[in-house]
Structures are given as C-alpha cells and as structure tokens.
Design a protein around this ligand. Structure first.
Ligand SMILES: [Zn+2]
Length: 326
C-alpha cells in the first residue's frame, strides 16, 4: 500500500479518516468476496494485513482511499478482471450522448480550429474513439491495456502509450470514468494539460453519488451495486477517489485549466462575451431545462465537467459544473 498524505484533488494535508477497517474485516472482506465472486483469477491475498482507510477532505469534499495498492498489484488486479474481446456495441442510446457532446465541443472550437484533433484517454474497448473517428475527427486513443488497439487502428485511430503522448497535440481530450481509478490524478491532469493545445477542451466524467455522505454514516458494505445503499462510489481498490464538483475544479485548476459552463448543449467560456438572450429566449431555455429537453441524458450517478486550457495567461474563471442527479 502507498499512503496518500494529501487530498488527491486539492492537495489538502491531513484529511480525517471516516472509514478505517482492516481489509480482512468482516465488512470489507465480505464486500470483496461478493463483488469479485465472478472473477476467480482475482487474487486479493496481498491485501491481508492492510487497512481500508477512507479520508474526507474538508477543503474540497473529496472522499478518497488514503492507502492505495501499488502499481504492480493494480496491474495484476485489472488483468485478472479480464478484458472483453467482443465487438463494441453501438446501441443508439449509447451513441447519441457521445455524438451530441462531440458536436458541442466541435462547435465550441470552430471556427478557430477547423479540424479538431481528439484523444480518448483511457479508451477501454474504444466506443468513444470509434464514434469520434466515424464523425470525421482526427482521433487518437490511449490506455494502459492495449487489447483494443488493433481494432481501433483498423478504423484509422492512432493508438498511443500514455507515456508517449506529445505536448500540445490535441484540441479535445475525453476522460470518461478514468479519474476515479487514478492513484495520482493531479500528475495525470498535469500531463493532459500539457498534451492539450492552448484553447483546447478537457472533459472529465466520473461517478458521483450525492447520497454518499449519508450512506457512510451507517455504511452497508454488503449492499449490492446499484441498490440504494450501495457504496460503489468508494469501492475499495477500484474507486480510489470520489470527487465532488468542487474537487474536480480544484484538480483541474491546479493543472492550469478553467471550467466551462454548459447552457443547454452549448459550451461557454469565461472569456465569451455575455449572451444577448431576450426574455423569449430565456423563457425557452428555462422551459427546455425544466422538461429535460436539452439536458445531457447521461446515466445517473455521474458528473461531467468540461475545462478549457486558456489561450494565454488568462485568469482562471469561476466554477461551473454539470451534475446529473439520480
Ligand atoms: Zn481536497
């Protein structure tokens, strides 16, 4: 176990522990047995004698595993979960939000960037990258596991080792369900900020459980995933960080990025001129928001925030977030 003495999002020192249990306690061992029952190759024995310690950062609200398994354990662990070799499913309900989101970012970047280069960081099976390439964008993909690379390359997608990404190479970087798994997210955000071109956009999509604080007062570690009391947001081993919107903003601001606002399906930069909506447009926007007509139809228990790398040394703007509540 490596100990994280600082909040991985904002860098706060000495956050108090709200969970402190041995990994072989009835609660945590029971959780792990139930959760990984269908993965017989998953070897959790190295965790014996270590503790599951969850810290609660008073500065940004991030709940994080204070002790994180070392890289060798995590590499073995994720390998033992296996990787799918089945073709990626492109169901319309999965494709639509990705396409709408891509169009939103492309509209934000154009006309300054006529043909954006996009990167899917932590591409997994490559659904996002494949859709971006099909939409005509110059697309790259990267992941610690390369099982999908051959297929992606056949679709014209350039595949990279994460350590080999070049500076200022992409206009849009997608990270979806990645940052919660990272032992050192600030270092990765620094890297991605360097890989972004000035004026480029970074998207962070992570889990967000708005009821987590209440659940942790009387934790039920055996509550099944997706049940009302599930603690999957802070799943030991896998979910090393549970970010609040303020945590994500602190994390990105440390990397020199500024949050963008979302209005309907439009990204708005702090440097954009004030909108010139009249009362009629404002009423329409309010109504569409009210009925969910222009909201991003993401699955529940997630949050997504878009950030911009300033074109020059601009002041970092005020916080703007988009959370999906269950
Ligand atoms: Zn913090």
């Amino acid at each position: 176990m490596k100990q994280r003495s600082q909040c991985p999002a904002c860098g706060f020192n000495a956050a108090p522990l709200i969970v402190d249990l041995p990994f072989d306690s009835a609660e945590i061992a029971g959780y792990l047995r139930a959760f990984y029952a269908s993965y017989p190759r998953c070897d959790l024995a190295p965790l014996a004698g270590t503790r599951c310690q969850l810290a609660d950062c008073p500065a940004c609200g991030c709940r994080y595993q204070q002790g994180v398994p070392d890289d060798a354990f995590l590499a073995n662990f994720y390998r033992s979960l296996g990787t799918s070799v089945a073709p990626v499913a492109f169901e319309p309900y999965r494709i639509e939000p990705i396409v709408r989101e891509l169009m939103m970012v492309v509209r934000f970047l154009q006309p300054r960037v006529p043909c954006p280069r996009v990167l899917d960081f932590g591409t997994g099976e490559g659904r996002w990258a494949t859709i971006a390439a099909a939409a005509g964008l110059t697309t790259g993909a990267t992941d610690l596991t390369s099982h999908a690379f051959a297929t992606l390359q056949r679709h014209g997608i350039a595949c990279f080792d994460p350590a080999a990404l070049a500076p200022a190479d992409f206009d849009f970087i997608n990270t979806e369900q990645v940052c919660e798994h990272l032992a050192a997210p600030a270092a990765i955000l620094d890297q991605l900020s360097r890989v972004l071109r000035p004026g480029g956009v970074l998207k962070i999509g992570v889990p967000h459980d708005p009821n987590l604080r209440r659940k942790l007062r009387q934790p039920d570690w055996l509550a099944p995933k997706n049940s009302p009391d599930s603690l999957n947001g802070v799943a030991p081993i896998e979910h090393l960080n549970h970010f609040e919107p303020t945590s994500l903003i602190a994390l990105a601001v440390r990397a020199g990025l500024q949050p963008l606002q979302i209005r309907g399906w439009t990204l708005v930069s702090p440097r954009s001129p004030p909108d010139s909506f009249g009362p009629r447009q404002r009423l329409g926007l309010w109504l569409r928001t009210k009925i969910g007509a222009d909201d991003r139809t993401y699955h529940t228990l997630t949050q997504t925030i878009f950030f911009e790398k300033p074109l020059c040394a601009e002041a970092i703007g005020t916080a703007a977030t988009h959370c999906v509540q269950p």
